[in-house]
Write a protein that binds this ligand. Structure first.
Ligand code: PFF
Length: 456
C-alpha cells in the first residue's frame, strides 16, 4: 500500500465526507427538484427526511464501515463470515460503478463549461441588443457543448485523468488533501454568489418562493421525491460512506460527524436555492426551464450574461460545480478501488487503473449516447438515462434497505450501539441512540420499500 488508508485529521475526514455528499445532487438536482415539487414545502420535507432518516441511515453505514475496517464487501464478510450479507456489498459496488460511468460525463460537462467560461467561448457571439431573448443563444451553446460527440468526450476523458491523478495519491495525499483545499473554496464561492443573487433587484420574490411554504402542494409524490433527494444527496446506499468510514480513526465521533455532514449538505442546497431562485425571478426567466441540465447550462448563463463581468461569474459558478463534481467522483470511484485493494490484494496503483481505465470506454458510451448515439434506445431510454434510472430507482434503495436490515437486526450483537456510543456499555444508551436504532430497524426499511413501490 502506498499510503496509510486512514484519514489523517478530523477536519480532513469531514472535508472528504462532505465533499462526497456535496455534489451535482446539491447544486443541480436539488433546485430542479424543489421547482418540480412546489418550492418551500419540498424544502421543509427534504430537511425533515435528511435529519430523521438520512442521518440514521448514514450512521448505519458509518458503523458498518468503521467496525468492518474494510471495503463495502469485506465489511460484511468480516462482521458476519460465512453468511450471504456480503452480497449487499456486491450490489453497492456495482451501483457505485454504474453511477460513476454517467456521473463522470456530467462532471466532464462542468469542466467543459468552466473552460469555455474562462476562455470566453461561452459568451462568444452574444447578441448585443437589449431585451433580446438569450435562451436560444445559450440553448445553442449547450447543444454544441453537450449534444455533440467530440468535445464532451474529450472533457470527460480529461475528468477521468484528473480523477486518476487524485486517486493515485491515496487516501491522505489524494482524497483528503484535495478535499481540504477544495471544500473551503466551494463554500466561499457559494456565499459570494449568494450575496450577488440576493442583491439583484426583485430578488425577494425568489426568496419568498423558496422559503414560504405552500402546504397545499404536499402530496405523496412530493414526500417520495424529497426522500429520494435526501438519500441521493447524502451519498447513501452505494457503499461510499461504508468505505470512507473504514478510513476513520477509532476515536471519531460518528454521531457528530453525521450531523455535521448532513447540515453542511443541507446548507449548501439552501444556499444554492438562494442563488438560483432570486437570480431567475429577478430576470423574469420562466420557471419551467428550471430543469436539470437546462437550469445550470442555459438559465444561469442567461443570468450571468445580463450582469457586469459575465465571464467572471460564469467561471466562478462552473468552478464551484467542478469542485462539487470532482470531490464526489473520487468518492464514488474509491468504493471500487478499495474493493480491488482488499478483495484482490492489489496495490493502490493497480487497483486505481483497474477501476479507471474501463471508464474511458464506458463513460464514452454514456457521452456518445447524449450525442449521435441518442437514437439507440433500450426501454425507450438512451444508455445514459437507463443507467441513471436503474441505479437510483433500484440499486440504491436495495442497498440502503439491506444495510438497515443487516445493521438493525443481524449484525453482531450490540455492534450498532457500541459504534454509536464509541464503546460505552449498552445499558447507557441515550434516548437519541435508542431513537436512531428504532429508525434503522423499522422506519427506514418501511419507508424505503414504500418509495420503491410508489414509484413503480
Ligand atoms: N452525494 C453526491 C451528490 O449529491 O451529487 C454524490 C453522489 C454520489 C450522488 C452518488 C449520487 C450518487 F448516486
Amino acid at each position: 500500500m502506498s499510503s496509510k488508508r486512514e484519514f489523517a485529521s478530523k477536519i480532513g475526514l469531514i472535508a472528504a465526507t462532505v465533499g462526497s455528499a456535496i455534489g451535482l445532487g446539491n447544486v443541480w438536482r436539488f433546485p430542479a427538484e424543489t421547482q418540480a415539487n412546489g418550492g418551500a414545502a419540498f424544502l421543509l420535507i427534504y430537511i425533515a427526511c435528511v435529519l430523521l432518516l438520512g442521518v440514521p441511515v448514514m450512521l448505519a453505514e458509518f458503523s458498518l464501515g468503521r467496525s468492518g475496517r474494510s471495503d463495502a464487501i469485506g465489511a460484511f464478510r468480516k462482521l458476519s463470515p460465512g453468511k450471504p450479507w456480503w452480497l449487499i456489498g456486491v450490489v453497492a459496488v456495482l451501483a457505485s460503478y454504474l453511477i460513476l460511468c454517467y456521473y463522470m460525463v456530467v462532471a466532464g460537462w462542468t469542466l467543459e463549461y468552466f473552460w469555455q467560461s474562462i476562455a470566453g467561448g461561452l459568451f462568444d457571439g452574444l447578441p448585443q441588443t437589449d431585451g433580446t431573448p438569450l435562451r436560444g443563444f445559450f440553448s445553442g451553446k449547450m447543444e454544441s457543448y453537450i449534444a455533440t460527440d467530440m468535445a464532451p468526450l474529450v472533457f470527460t476523458f480529461l475528468m477521468i485523468a484528473i480523477n486518476i491523478g487524485v486517486l493515485l495519491g491515496g487516501v491522505q495525499k489524494g482524497i483528503e488533501r484535495l478535499s481540504n483545499v477544495m471544500m473551503p473554496m466551494l463554500f466561499i464561492i457559494l456565499v459570494a454568489m449568494c450575496v450577488l443573487a440576493l442583491s439583484l433587484p426583485g430578488a425577494a420574490d425568489g426568496v419568498a418562493y423558496f422559503l414560504n411554504p405552500d402546504f397545499s402542494k404536499i402530496d405523496a409524490s412530493v414526500v417520495v421525491n424529497a426522500l429520494g433527494q435526501a438519500f441521493f444527496s447524502l451519498s447513501l446506499g452505494m457503499g461510499i460512506l461504508v468505505t470512507y468510514a473504514s478510513y476513520y480513526p477509532a476515536d471519531t465521533k460518528l454521531g457528530k460527524t453525521a450531523i455535521t455532514v448532513a447540515l453542511l449538505s443541507v446548507g449548501v442546497a439552501i444556499l444554492m436555492g438562494l442563488v438560483i431562485f432570486p437570480a431567475v425571478k429577478s430576470f423574469g426567466l420562466d420557471n419551467e426551464n428550471l430543469r436539470g441540465a437546462t437550469l445550470v447550462f442555459v438559465t444561469l448563463p442567461e443570468v450571468f450574461a445580463q450582469l457586469p463581468l459575465p465571464q467572471l461569474w460564469a467561471a466562478m459558478f462552473f468552478f464551484l460545480l467542478l469542485v462539487a463534481a470532482l470531490t464526489s467522483t473520487v468518492s464514488i470511484a474509491e468504493v471500487s478501488i478499495a474493493m480491488f485493494q482488499d478483495r484482490c490484494h492489489m496495490s493502490r496503483r493497480a487497483a486505481t487503473f483497474t477501476v479507471m481505465l474501463p471508464l474511458f470506454v464506458l463513460s464514452a458510451i454514456c457521452s456518445l449516447s447524449m450525442g449521435s448515439w441518442a437514437r439507440y434506445t433500450i426501454f425507450g431510454m438512451n444508455f445514459f438515462d437507463l443507467l441513471d434510472s436503474f441505479t437510483t430507482n433500484w440499486l440504491l434503495p436495495i442497498v440502503a434497505f439491506g444495510t438497515c436490515i443487516y445493521m438493525g437486526w443481524f449484525a453482531p450483537n450490540g455492534l450498532l450501539r457500541t459504534e454509536l456510543s464509541n464503546g460505552a456499555p449498552a445499558a447507557n444508551s441515550t434516548p437519541v441512540q435508542k431513537t436512531v436504532l428504532f429508525i434503522i430497524r423499522y422506519l427506514a426499511p418501511v419507508l424505503i420499500v414504500a418509495i420503491v413501490v410508489f414509484s413503480l
